[in-house]
Design a protein around this ligand. Structure first.
Ligand code: NCD
Ligand code: ZN
Length: 347
């Protein structure tokens, strides 16, 4: 028997669309979302309102006709970001949020923050103006084990920043640990957390057991099973602080399949089918809409999208390509490791 579910059009509160040929190849795969927070880690990064506006125009030009997606732009916080520029870009409607990458934490983060004291004036101006800070929450200290970097970041950096900047609205991006879930729960309405599709599906064994699998390598790196289960519980709880940010992060296969391969999972094409299966498996289909379509909008102070989508569970799996092409390159689509019976349709 087919089972059917009607949902408010979902949003993606953490998305990498890249630029150039890659942007043109991947944009259509996110076109069915209502809004997406667009990550600014281009080379060079998006650091001014004018750059954000120009990037937004390139995204709109790359979307197929009839696309729903309204890109929500972000600025990349650096040690030398001017507080007045950030506030002006926000007031002009050019940006929705600011992104904090600790320098060196992940792909294209070399220009990120090296000294949190130097960005204090920006954070204070953002708190005053109500501009959310999206945080990549990993320390870069080489002495800290990569599987501990999120938990250590919360203690060493995030909690001190939040205590020093009352009123700052913070999104803990792509949380991967039980500690991340617990810290998100310890905050009030000024603290939210995004969870990716892939971190609900894989634990660290997927990357390493039985051979090394670069397409499951992303940052923050997937953790052990107890953490995945904590994320599943958080995402399916319906709690307002948890919402979808896919962190769909396409890289050419030629850059992933290397002795030193890039971090990122490309989940845009099949995210909604995967999430429907995850929520069905956890007996939480009635809370899928909160996670994908309601909680994030409420955090950002926006109304839910007007349109609806339908997800239908059919007897035959939905077909997704194993790879897409981007210029001369291929990009591998995330394989959840189970068949996807949930099909997405517009209503
Ligand atoms: C992202 C990317 O490729 O830009 N990679 C990833 O593994 N998630 C950067 C990021 O969000 O950390
Ligand atoms: Zn990301």
């Amino acid at each position: 028997m087919n089972k059917s579910l009607t949902l408010t059009v979902p949003d993606d509160w953490h998305l990498h669309l890249r630029d150039g040929a890659m942007l043109h190849a991947v944009a259509a795969h996110s076109a069915g979302f209502g809004r997406a927070i667009i990550m600014p880690n281009l080379v060079p990064p998006v650091v001014t309102g004018a750059q954000a506006a120009a990037y937004r125009d390139r995204i709109l030009a790359a979307l197929p006709p009839g696309a729903r997606l309204q890109p929500q732009m972000t600025l990349y916080l650096t040690d030398s970001t001017d507080p007045a520029d950030v506030v002006a870009a926000h007031q002009a409607g050019l940006i929705r949020a600011v992104k904090l990458y600790p320098a060196g934490a992940t792909t294209n983060s070399a220009s990120g923050v090296t000294d949190f004291d130097r960005v204090r004036p920006v954070l204070e101006a953002m708190a005053q103006a109500g501009i959310p800070l999206c945080v990549h929450g990993e320390v870069t200290d080489p002495a800290v084990d990569i599987f501990d970097r999120e938990a250590v970041f919360i203690d060493r950096v995030l909690d001190p920043i939040r205590r020093a900047t009352p009123g700052l609205r913070v999104v803990m991006e792509h949380i991967t640990t039980a500690e991340g879930v617990a810290y998100a729960r310890s905050g009030g309405g000024d603290l939210g957390a995004t969870i990716t599709t892939h971190h609900l599906v894989i634990n660290r064994n997927a990357i390493l057991a039985g051979g090394i699998r670069p397409h499951y390598y992303c940052l923050p790196v997937a953790k052990r099973e107890t953490h995945r289960l904590a994320l599943r519980q958080a995402a399916t709880s319906g709690e307002a602080r948890f919402f979808l940010g896919t962190d769909s992060a396409p890289h050419p296969d030629s850059a992933k399949l290397q002795p030193c391969g890039c971090a990122g999972c490309f989940t845009a094409p099949n995210t909604m089918s995967i999430l429907a299966q995850v929520f069905e498996d956890d007996g939480a289909l009635d809370r899928l809409e909160a996670f994908t379509s309601l909680n994030g909008a409420a955090f950002y102070g926006l109304p839910p999208n007007a349109g609806k989508i339908r997800l239908t569970r059919r007897d035959t799996p939905a077909e997704y390509p194993a790879q897409i092409t981007a210029g001369d390159e291929t990009v591998t689509v995330f394989d959840p490791g189970f068949p996807l019976y949930w099909h997405q349709e517009d209503v």
